[in-house]
Design a protein around this ligand. Structure first.
Ligand SMILES: [Zn+2]
Length: 225
């Protein structure tokens, strides 16, 4: 077999995370991050990795506006730049906000495609999962009521996880994800609109529950690795 490989590492150029806030009505300084990543591999269009995650996060904000909900804490939608090639965007955000971790209430990232959601992954203290039981009961009506304790929820929110901020991610049906992931076949026709919408529903329910939680969530010890 003969392979001809053409990748090249070019110098960095300036680029940006894209960030929008729905300001909290009672604790505007406290932030819940809802996110996906903006960049993709250049073979396909990056529809499932991670256009879907950005769309789901933006739609969560859109649903809050449409339903005239008033989150008490700020919901911050972030489309991270450069997840695929070094995570420069999330690293820069971490640098810019490292003195402000106490005000980061929770972080969420959707980066597993657009498949039907089954529930939520949670990285945090065991009590966080217990506190989320009533939220899971709401989500169970659409078959998305699983709560699973995990070690890691998303590449871009890893700096927040390391700082002890509770982290969340929808559990997505990933049976077909790796058929298309990082290939020329990662295009919009692989996305089922209904399943994409189901993911937005899970993310918005979780984000709104976090934004309006009466109690603070217990934080993990910062992990300095
Ligand atoms: Zn991704």
């Amino acid at each position: 077999m003969k392979l001809i490989l053409t990748p090249q590492q070019l110098p960095d150029v300036e680029s940006y995370n894209v960030i929008g806030n729905i300001k909290g009505s009672e604790h505007p300084e406290q932030v819940i991050i809802v996110s996906g990543h903006l960049d993709s591999w250049d073979l396909g269009t990056g529809a499932i990795d991670d256009g879907a995650g950005v769309a789901v996060s933006m739609e969560a904000a859109n649903l809050i506006q449409k339903l005239h909900l008033k989150p008490k804490r700020t919901i911050r939608v972030i489309a991270w730049m450069n997840e695929e090639n070094g995570s420069a965007g999330s690293k820069q955000y971490a640098k810019d906000h490292e003195k402000d971790w106490a005000n980061h209430f929770a972080a969420m990232e959707t980066d597993g495609g657009a498949g039907h959601p089954l529930g939520l992954n949670i990285k945090g203290k065991r009590e966080v999962k217990t506190m989320f039981t009533p939220v899971a009961a709401v989500l169970q009506e659409s078959g998305a009521g699983m709560l699973v304790a995990v070690e890691h929820c998303g590449a871009d929110i890893e700096p927040l996880e390391d700082a002890g901020v509770p982290a969340f991610a929808p559990i997505q049906d990933s049976r077909f994800y790796f058929n298309y992931h990082h290939t020329a076949a990662d295009t919009l026709d692989k996305i089922v609109p209904k399943e994409l919408a189901e993911n937005s529903a899970v993310v918005v329910v979780a984000a709104y529950a976090l934004a309006n939680s009466e109690q603070p969530l217990p934080r993990s010890e910062p992990d300095r690795h």
